[in-house]
Design a protein around this ligand. Structure first.
Ligand code: GLU
Length: 481
């Protein structure tokens, strides 16, 4: 058996979004699973779209996700170069051979002439097929002239590892351009030459190429190339499920998620779950489980909807699996903490206490500042927190003040350990005769000036005795004003 070689063949647009990276993930998983080789090939034959620095972005993205390529630009293997613009003599060599063998012909007709032929077909109510309009006496092909494949129409039946058994009649086979007038090959030609020359065993790519399969198969046959395994992955759809995901629907660059504090394990899990499951209810898969369990025949055939809420949920799940010290290390960057933390709180032990409290509800690291400011500094009293609170707005300032005074009187006796505080808070429910939704909300607002916080006892323990009691006093003063 041939050893498995898969490839990711992006065009260098300098940006890898969820869709592009999933296109890399499936072949990467197939290669890992088989102990094979994952090749990165840069498809830069459309020079107009070229973006400099694109390879660096790819490397950074795939490195972050732990999806390193085995061969590619700057990782030389036996099949380089791995950038199409550096392989032009190879394409020209194959082009010459095809021209010599009568498998392709020079097509020097202008775009206007070709347009006229299309209109001719239209007026006859026929689908336009270039092979019906081959030039009578083509010139001898030379580089600089477009070269067109001379197809041999026939019916094809083939298996797609994702889409299943497929077939198409001879009308799907047509002549197509192999080499353009700028002497660059088309994608249609270059990828087939490269996949053959690079011994690629599995061609896994997006669904947009499936309609061209009969043409491609015809070219494989004309060249006498074996067919690799083909797998066309369904599109990733926008959140509304109606159209393909695009930048406009929030298809952020993957590195943006890294910078916002998403975990690579969660991103990998999320990307794999876009259109794939293992047939059970399991949703959380580690890298090694994915490598073990992934299979192309369990990729769903319809489009997978991009659901950022699901990504947030998965990331939260992966965050909860971290130890607090791992969590501290991963969040140890200024961007993940409130600005201007006073020096007495700017240390790993205090920050770790804060992290341990919020870990349960944390979805990504960039939201840490908004969840934790009150642990680091006193926030101004926000009277709307009470006036808009469903329960608290029913009480007069005097009633609220009485509850806060009772709280003060009790908590002043506490050692402010979470356990002691929990007992006292429960006692206070008895003393005040209030429900938790009233009393604890009031104490939470007074001590944090936030509508939500982690468990109250734990929160007060981290804020500490002095600041908690001071903040309650400040709230009492504000109620009197
Ligand atoms: N360069 C093509 C793209 O970016 C690659 C398609 C393929 O994998 O064959 O869509």
């Amino acid at each position: 058996m041939k050893s498995v070689r898969t490839r990711f063949a992006p065009s260098p647009t300098g940006y890898l979004h969820v869709g592009n990276v999933r296109a890399a993930l499936f072949p990467w998983l197939i290669a890992q699973q088989a102990g094979g080789t994952f090749v990165l090939r840069i498809e830069d034959t459309d020079q107009a779209r070229e973006v400099s620095g694109a390879i660096d972005v790819m490397r950074e993205t795939l490195q972050w996700l732990g999806m390193e390529w085995d061969e590619g630009p700057d990782k030389p293997g036996d099949f380089g170069p791995y950038v199409q613009s550096e392989r032009r003599t190879l394409y020209l060599k194959w082009a010459q051979r095809m021209a010599d063998e009568g498998l392709a012909y020079a097509d020097i007709r202008t775009p206007d002439e070709l347009k006229a032929l299309r209109e001719d077909a239209k007026s006859k109510k026929q689908a336009f097929l270039a092979r019906n309009y081959r030039p009578d006496q083509p010139q001898t092909w030379q580089p600089g002239m477009p070269l067109r494949f001379k197809s041999t129409p026939q019916t094809y039946a083939w298996n797609d590892a994702i889409m299943g058994e497929l077939s198409a009649g001879p009308e799907a086979v047509d002549d197509f351009i192999l080499i353009k007038s700028d002497q660059f090959p088309t994608y249609n030609f270059a990828h087939i030459i490269d996949d053959h020359e690079m011994n690629i065993t599995h061609v896994i790519r997006g669904l947009e190429y499936i309609a061209s399969m009969p043409k491609y198969l015809n070219l494989y046959d004309a060249l006498g190339f074996d067919w690799p395994v083909f797998g066309h992955a369904p599109h990733i759809m926008a959140p509304d499920g109606k159209k393909k995901l695009s930048k406009r629907d929030g298809a952020k660059g993957i590195l943006q998620y890294r910078d916002d504090g998403f975990l690579p394990a969660a991103m990998l899990n999320f990307l794999a779950s876009l259109g794939w499951n293992d047939g059970t209810e399991q949703e959380i898969f580690s890298r090694s489980e994915l490598i073990e369990k992934f299979s192309l025949d369990r990729v769903q055939r319809s489009g997978a909807r991009f659901d950022e809420q699901r990504l947030l949920w998965m990331n939260g799940t992966w965050i909860r699996r971290l130890s607090t010290s791992e969590l501290y290390d991963l969040t140890d960057k200024p961007a993940f903490w409130p600005q201007g933390i006073p020096s007495e709180y700017d240390n790993s032990s205090y920050k770790t206490e804060v992290l341990a409290l919020i870990q349960e509800r944390l979805k990504f690291f960039a939201e840490i500042p908004s969840l934790t400011t009150y642990f680091f500094r006193d926030l101004p009293i926000d009277s709307t927190l009470i006036s808009t609170h469903k329960q608290l707005k029913k009480f007069t300032p005097e009633e609220l003040t009485t509850m806060l005074r009772q709280t003060q009187a009790n908590l002043v006796k506490s050692d402010f350990s979470a356990v002691d505080l929990q007992g006292r808070l429960n006692d206070l429910l008895q003393e005040t005769g209030q429900k938790p939704a009233v009393l604890f909300s009031l104490i939470r607002i007074a001590t944090t000036q936030a509508a939500a916080s982690p468990g109250l006892a734990g929160t007060l323990a981290v804020i500490g005795k002095e600041r908690s009691l001071q903040r309650i006093s400040a709230q009492i003063d504000a109620l009197a004003a």
